[in-house]
Design a protein around this ligand. Structure first.
Ligand code: UGA
Length: 595
């Protein structure tokens, strides 16, 4: 068997290291953090992962694994090096490749002193082009050696999930091998054939760039699947007698769709999906390309906790002086990780709206304290959390919470209003005992408000909302004209079957109570520079306010202009969409004018 070194001992690195070493492979784990290395050498895992501690201890005992902070030692003692360092987001959400770069530089330096061929395998999630570009170049520069001749390179993405990292590593669905050359790919495939033996899953040999992209496409698709079912859940919520759980089950039986990752909830979080989707978006923008489904996936997710809070608020009236119990803080059950956790975002939203928040999580309290400080009450157990509360929200699907009965909620809470944000309760068992709300659970007919059910169904509409949010309010004031009143409709929606004109009229009415008749389109605002690769158009209307109907700070008979923003993907991916066609038709008829 080949000897292996692993650079970077986070989730992926450590899980991979102990899985290899438990199967008779000599592994050297390298990390820059000396305290981590010391702990691991003493058999203390630095992350919690089911089964990890046992495997670590066995491997240490059998002398199959050692940890070091000397990268040269790691390279000298191995034939294959896996790079598993983190690739976090920069402030602008693009990928930070600095850890990958320094790992590559260290590997190169060490390879300078090694005489035999060595295989470097990138396992970290990196944007397309990084392995052949940054990694290869850096190693060549620091080693003085030639890729393909003195060393080989592969890109081998990882698909393990937090909470089941060991299981996922030992039983992967497939192995993706992106290869610089045939020799590198053969070498890695050989290694995995020996490691998995008769358990070898399908192996896909491909280019480096495809392997890099497969990882992003995989995570983006999974996140999109969740956002999709969450969007359907939002639709269910306004339809009587509907339930997203059954809808998910129904579509999940279709083999082309599959039942996994169709659990509706308050949204997806964690250390991977948010970071990877943002990196992919930023990467495609740098290529002047829009990925509208990605935008819609993110937008649906951003609104999911807000929708949940809105729903609860509609019941409570206002959060002022109300006590809200939040059950769960981790981004999912089985972990203490709160990175990008939707539960934390939900808590922050509740605080912002004036609620007094009590929280409980079986594993993530310590991490949550670092983020939330003393803004919330940290309960001792689930029942302490819900006691005297006006509402309880299930934000993470922990087993502990499934045990809270409807009667316990009733007994302990001031007002037994339960919002199941992760669909862990059977509505039939709770509905008669407590005021029960849940993601994707249809309302009783009498409770249905007048809603725009078409609005969130269309990804391009969500894109529309993003642009409006980014742009904020544009003052409709032309250089040589005195300021006139203006209205903006950021994030407004056109309903199905409605023309743009009708939408403007309806939204103005809804938001201001004013009745307006858009008279004519007065201009189109187009800006490409601030949005490279996109075409942003604002359609402006002129309308007269009839006497007696002006109720805001406008003078009588003042001219009011209405405008909307719409982002039109350059490649017109949504050309089937009536709304986009409407905008285009209007935009074409008028000269482009800046205000
Ligand atoms: C994710 C992927 O599932 C892994 O395949 C990938 O290797 C990993 O990212 C990574 O890139 O390293 P992970 O972030 O550990 O794994 O967690 P998931 O189990 O995928 O859950 C992510 C989020 O989606 C959680 O907040 C979870 O609550 C939510 N989720 C998941 C749902 O809301 N509904 C579902 O049906 C599934």
């Amino acid at each position: 068997m080949k000897n292996v070194s692993i650079f970077g001992l986070g989730y992926v690195g450590l899980s991979t290291a102990v899985c290899f070493s438990s199967n008779n492979i000599n592994v050297v784990g390298y990390d820059i953090d000396k305290s981590k290395v010391d702990m691991l050498n003493r058999g203390i895992p630095t992350i919690y992962e089911e089964g990890l501690e046992e495997l670590l201890k066995v491997s240490l005992k059998n002398r199959k694994i050692t940890f070091t902070s000397d990268y040269k030692e790691a390279i000298i003692k191995s034939d294959i090096t896996f790079i598993t360092v983190g690739t976090p987001s920069k402030e602008d959400k693009s990928i930070d490749l600095s850890y990958v770069e320094s790992a590559a530089a260290q590997i190169g330096e060490a390879l300078r002193e090694k005489n035999t061929w060595h295989l470097v395998v990138v396992k970290s999630t990196v944007v397309p082009g990084t392995t052949e570009g940054l990694v290869c170049r850096t190693i060549e520069k620091t080693s003085g050696k030639k890729c393909g001749l003195d060393f080989g390179i592969c890109m081998n993405p990882e698909f393990l999930k937090e909470g089941s990292a060991i299981r996922d590593t030992l039983n992967p669905d497939r192995i993706i091998i992106g290869e610089y050359d045939r020799k590198s790919g053969d070498y890695l495939e050989d290694f995995y054939r020996q490691f998995y033996d008769n358990m070898l899953p399908p192996v896909l040999r491909t280019s480096l760039i495809n392997a890099e992209l497969i990882k992003y496409a995989n995570n983006a698709f999974l996140a999109m699947k969740i956002s999709f079912i969450n969007m359907i859940a939002n639709l269910c919520q306004v339809l009587p007698k509907s339930d997203v759980e059954d809808v998910a089950r129904g579509i999940g039986y279709d083999k082309r769709i599959g039942s996994l990752f169709l659990k509706a909830g308050i949204g997806w979080g964690g250390s991977c999906f948010p970071k990877d989707l943002a990196a992919l978006k930023s990467f495609s923008r740098s290529l002047n390309l829009d990925l509208p489904l990605l935008d819609a996936t993110i937008i649906v997710n951003e609104y999911q906790p807000i929708n949940a809070v809105n729903l609860v608020e509609s019941k409570l009236g206002s959060f002022k002086d109300k006590v809200v119990a939040v059950l769960g803080l981790a981004f999912k059950a089985g972990t203490d990780d709160i990175r990008e956790s939707i539960a934390i975002k939900l808590v922050e939203e509740l605080i912002k709206r004036g609620a007094k928040v009590k929280v409980y999580d079986p594993a993530a309290m310590k991490n949550a304290f670092k983020k939330l400080g003393d803004q919330v009450y940290y309960a001792k157990d689930p029942l302490d959390c819900v006691s005297n509360a006006d509402c309880a929200i299930v934000a993470t699907e922990w087993e502990d919470f499934k045990k809270i009965s409807a009667n316990q909620f009733k007994e302990f809470m001031r007002r037994p209003l339960v919002f199941d944000g992760r669909r862990i309760y059977n509505p039939k068992e709770y509905e008669n005992e407590v005021e029960f709300l849940a993601i994707g659970l249809g309302k009783k007919e009498s409770e249905i408000p007048k809603t725009r059910i078409g609005a969130s169904l269309n990804p391009s509409l969500a894109v529309n909302a993003i642009v409006a949010k980014e742009e904020g309010i544009l003052l409709l004031k032309r250089k040589n004209e005195p300021f006139k009143g203006f209205w903006s409709l950021p994030g407004g929606f056109v309903e199905y079957g409605e023309t743009v004109e009708e939408a403007v009229k309806r939204e103005v009415k809804e938001e201001t109570g004013l009745t307006v008749e858009p008279e004519k389109l007065i201009g189109v605002y187009s800006e490409r520079n601030r949005h490279p690769g996109r075409h942003v158009v604002a359609v402006c209307y002129s309308a007269s306010i009839k006497e007696g109907e002006v109720s805001l700070n406008l003078e009588e008979n003042e001219e009011v202009k209405f405008f909307r923003f719409i982002e039109i993907p350059k490649n017109l991916a949504f050309d089937h969409n009536k709304m986009i066609l409407d905008y285009l038709r209007i935009a074409k008829k008028h000269e482009v004018r800046n205000f």
